[in-house]
Design a protein around this ligand. Sequence first.
Ligand code: TXA
Ligand code: MG
Length: 347
Amino acid sequence: QTKRSYIDGRHPEAELLKEAAELLRAGELVAFPTETVYGLGANALDASACVKIFEAKGRPQDNPLIVHVCNRAMADNLVANWTPEAELCVQHFWPGPLTLVMPKTSKVPEVVTAGLDNVAIRMPSHPVALRLIEETGLPIAAPSANLSGKPSPTSGSHVWRDMKGKIPLILDAGACLVGVESTVLDVSGGIPTILRPGGISREQLEAVLGEVRVDTPSETQAPKAPGMKYRHYAPRGEMILMIGSSERIIQRMGHEIQKGHARLKKVGVLCSLESAPFLHNQLPELLFVLGSKNRPEEVASNLFEGLRLCDERGIDLILAEGVEEGGLGTAIMNRLQKAAGKRVLYM
Ligand code: TXA
Ligand code: MG
């Protein structure tokens, strides 16, 4: 039996936080909103509570969890060594969508880091997340609150669909502001390296840190963030990502819609606000506007809703328009590319 409690995103009700905190202290799971996506939380210091996370999500055991804290002292307990780069990141980007990978202390259970020597830590800025951690008085391990392999949940309804019957409580504060997950940055030593692009861009990091690298896994080298090797955000239907000039994309999409219909496929289109009027008359079964080309924040916040909607509507073929790389666009394209698998068309 899962309880879904609607909570005020700006001024969370004290009784609801107390109830959630009690569950967490008792070793239970609670789903809660952050500014990026919803998290599935457990007491990070309790190994058996954290094991429940992997069970509820169907998550592979070798994929480590991010630990959420509400202040520096809580993080100090978990981190063996802060580099100058880590300190700068804390000053400039916490609380916010930046996760720091640093050497762990023995207080962090093995299951949290999947046996790695480093732990991933972030201080979220969402009032519900911050107040919940404060009220619990414990660091909270939390991956995204979706079933493993599905798009991350950016609303309470997404969490409800994936987690109902599996966890005791969902705190529902409506839609998440950012909509893509945090940037995972290795600041354990040497040149800071982005392991997963996300809510804080490389450009923003470089303005503070100087040179920042990006981990680019290859056929022969596994990604340093174990989670990046899995096919994430995979919708049920086949998906084609199109990158390039809007005119060519619109033309090609029109063609693919007709081809899909000839094969009796239900076709879904995920596109920019600017392209939508030109695709409307091709009569796709779903036309989902991700947002304006000039507002990547808008696209980021709608992205996972769009992917999930395609599944809900039984779409067989998804045609997605890419966005420009750089800034938040890099994180958006990373998620779109993962959802599309290898089916990317450059035009
Ligand atoms: O925005 C977010 O980061 C959300 C919210 C809930 O905070 N959380 C999230 O967690 O996206 P999850 O578990 O879905 O993704 C965590 C990513 C995975 O790719 C994982 O492999 C990587 O971070 N990661 C976690 N701990 C790590 C570690 N010690 N070393 C390297 N990568 C790590
Ligand atoms: Mg996830």
